[in-house]
Design a protein around this ligand. Sequence first.
Ligand code: SAM
Length: 278
Amino acid sequence: MDTGNRVTGVSRTAIGVAALRAMESRRPDALFVDPYAEAFVAEAMTSIAEDPAVAAEQLDQAMRLFGLHIVLRTRYYDDYLLRAAAAGCRQVVLLAAGLDTRAFRLDWPDGVRLFELDLPDLLDYKERVLAAQRAVARCARTVLRVDLRDDWPARLVEAGLRQGEPTAWLIEGLLVYLSADEAARLLSAVGDLSAPGSRVACEHRDTASNPLLARARATPEMDEVTSLWKGGLGEDLVPWLGRHGWRVEAVDGAELAEAYGRAGAEVDFIGFLTAVRD
Ligand code: SAM
């Protein structure tokens, strides 16, 4: 398969996340099984990584720092999306979908239309690997190659998002790669496109004071990733969403680790939230 070396910059972070999901999927007590994560990583290791030994070391550090964080958030957002669909959201939008395979692996109710938005290089790579795997989506899936700092709302509406109907939004692992202005613009656009009953889920907490992120910044193998961080919203998302028309429920990493049977491990990671638009 010719994928070239075209997955560059921030898009490469999605491969690291897929690698952590592949590791979790191999555990006997896995909190989810992602049947395509391994294929994304195998392909990246042969066609994208400049030096597989360095890439393996980077993944090792990423696993140590973010393994549990990624695993918990994956399962938490799986549960959130299925709950939102059961509650009547038939539109799902994954902003910065990366190598997310929820369209293929979750048991969606009939009538779900799911949109995946990310940068062109990443989505080209993703579609090639999924096609080689003969993956079949379990809902109506639309892929949109956009820069989420540009006018993506117009593209999404053009592609079929119905603004009068409730939408379940997921913003997973994105905001830290945006500046405060870019993050606020994106979150405001989500609010503007959200009919009553819409939901959103995201990580939260000030990135500057988060000990996990501070440790990552101090880890040389993580430079490629941490040098891309632009700080995100720059204030806690919980009060921000509350002021912008959302009813928020937040959970911290320790609570989630306990709920999913992974208590006792490192707990000082970012919190997670879901919110409903009244
Ligand atoms: N949500 C996915 C997950 O958790 O597996 C991917 C997370 S990955 C850490 C970050 C993703 O954000 C990458 O797929 C990257 O391409 C995307 N991204 C970053 N900046 C973006 C932008 N300006 N427009 C579109 N996508 C962007």
